[in-house]
Ligand binder design. Structure first.
Ligand SMILES: Nc1ncnc2c1ncn2[C@@H]1O[C@H](COP(=O)(O)OP(=O)(O)OP(=O)(O)O)[C@@H](O)[C@H]1O
Length: 264
């Protein structure tokens, strides 16, 4: 079995005014190559912190993440060549055109102008963007279209691992559907592995092969969406994936007891 990402005992704390926030309390997970892996959890549970560590933007306090065998701290440059990341707010030069933004991204990744133009026309087709609009400033595009361009732009660099941090947050249902279809289509075409965070449980079920639910910096449960539904079937009739989320994130546990169980 080839793994795209292996995380071992990742811990991270932050100082927030005078308080210490334990954002991640020992995250262990393995993502198989080619999989869409969902990291789900309530607000503040630590999802973005994990994604930021995996994408070399943040250094963990302890533990390690290996991406295709490379350590995200010690071999950050090698890791950066293998990954790309898209967050909820597409980061563009909004006054510049789609074409200028895409050419800029291609340039950073050492893609020649000729190849970049081919890829850009391909992207416009994939996201349903009329070629004539390529020269319009990105700020004139709908949020859904901006997000689709951001995802296609990230795939343009052919990452082996794509980190999608809430890629559909704030989009209307139609735009959301379109972005989800684009993610599936990109995975199909590029064969990339995807780590995705979302608050939308229907989306998690639609896109993810495997999910982990994180709560207060700890992974509470991992499994295929169907397996997790089966786990709560004795409590809820015909459970939805949202029921699964409610069940596992409603847990109130005694910290000391949990720590003991974890270290046992
Ligand atoms: N740079 C930072 N400084 C201080 N605290 C931080 C920082 N980044 C994250 N935190 C805290 O760490 C915890 C986890 O935050 P994180 O953003 O990883 O959660 P999340 O699961 O992604 O939340 P959301 O679903 O709301 O995006 C939160 O309590 C947050 O306030």
């Amino acid at each position: 079995m080839n793994y795209a990402l292996i995380s071992e005992n990742i811990k991270k704390q932050f100082k927030k005014s005078k308080r210490i926030v334990h954002a991640l309390k020992g995250i262990n997970l393995q993502i198989r190559e080619g999989e869409i892996y969902g990291l789900l959890g309530p607000n503040g549970s630590g999802k973005s912190t994990f994604i930021r560590i995996a994408s070399t933007l943040l250094i963990p306090d302890t533990g390690s993440i290996k991406i295709f065998g490379y350590d995200v701290v010690k071999e950050a440059t090698k890791v950066q060549r293998l990954i790309n990341r898209v967050s909820a707010e597409a980061s563009f030069f909004k006054k510049l055109s789609a074409m200028e933004n895409l050419l800029f991204a291609a340039g950073i990744h050492g893609i020649s102008k000729k190849e970049a133009l081919e890829k850009i026309y391909d992207i416009s087709e994939k996201v349903g963007l009329d070629r004539k609009r390529l020269n319009d400033p990105l700020e004139d595009f709908s949020r859904g279209m901006q997000q689709k361009v951001a995802i296609a732009r990230a795939f343009m660099t052919e990452p082996r691992l794509m980190l999608l941090d809430e890629p559909t947050t704030g989009l209307d249902p139609r735009a959301k559907r379109e972005v989800q279809s684009l993610i599936l289509q990109m995975r199909e075409n590029m064969g990339a592995t995807i780590l995705l965070t979302t608050h939308d449980m229907e989306e998690a079920e639609r896109l993810c092969d495997y999910v982990a639910i994180i709560h207060r910096g700890r992974i509470i449960i991992k499994g295929r969406t169907s397996e997790l539904k089966t786990m709560i079937a004795h409590k809820v009739t015909n459970p939805t994936f949202e029921d699964v989320f409610m069940e596992f994130t409603g847990i109130s546990f005694d910290e000391a007891e949990y720590e003991e169980a974890e270290s046992a």
